[in-house]
Design a protein around this ligand. Sequence first.
Ligand SMILES: [Zn+2]
Length: 251
Amino acid sequence: MNGLFIPFLYTPGAQGMHLRGLTGADELSVEANNTSGVLALLRSLSQNGNNGNRFDAAAIVTADRDRVIARLYRTLYGAKISSTLECRGCGQKFDLDFSLDDLLAHCYPAEVSIPDDGMYEPEPGIRFRLPTGEDEIAVEGVDGTTAVNILLKRCMGAGEPEIIGESVQIKMAELAPVLSQEMQAVCPECGLVQQVLFDMQSFFMARLTAERRNLLEEVHLIASHYHWSHREILDLTRTERKHYAFLIAEN
Ligand SMILES: [Zn+2]
């Protein structure tokens, strides 16, 4: 992965986001599996300079950010999503696989044009903008309903969240579906049908942290062989690092 440009569908005033290649230093810097953690990673991957991004990662609409993460995931790991679940009936472990491309196609929104000020008015009395990372940060650590109400209050241009909040949420989800979906899984052992929640952001962050051991092994291998400094090795892109580690292991 060298560089990527990912177009936005919803973020007013921005065409899309440029990301530079992910390095070992980026992978090691990942700490929290939450929105703050993702924003820190995206900020560090944002390319600066003439062709760079002129906005903060927190200003990206959540539905766009999910698609940025999906593209990043696809570039790093491919389109296949594999996870192992534990059956709620018999306790056996089983695999759930699906394609990220299918999920993206399923979550593709209806044709919408972004209003200049970012405020949508799908029907009289309902006026809102789409939530961003800033809104999520504002409610991090706050409980369910309270968090939803605070978030709605921040995004709504008119009306009370307690009264029309539910309609607003439905409209938001229709306009800009996030990549967080309830899925149906069937246990191959006992046949129990169960609902599983897939969330793009937390799945990506978990995968990135799960690879830490491999990362350290690769750094160790390259350092032992080429005697490059820790910093130099961590500054290689993930692709370069894996390539060198492969070459050393092959010989
Ligand atoms: Zn089962």
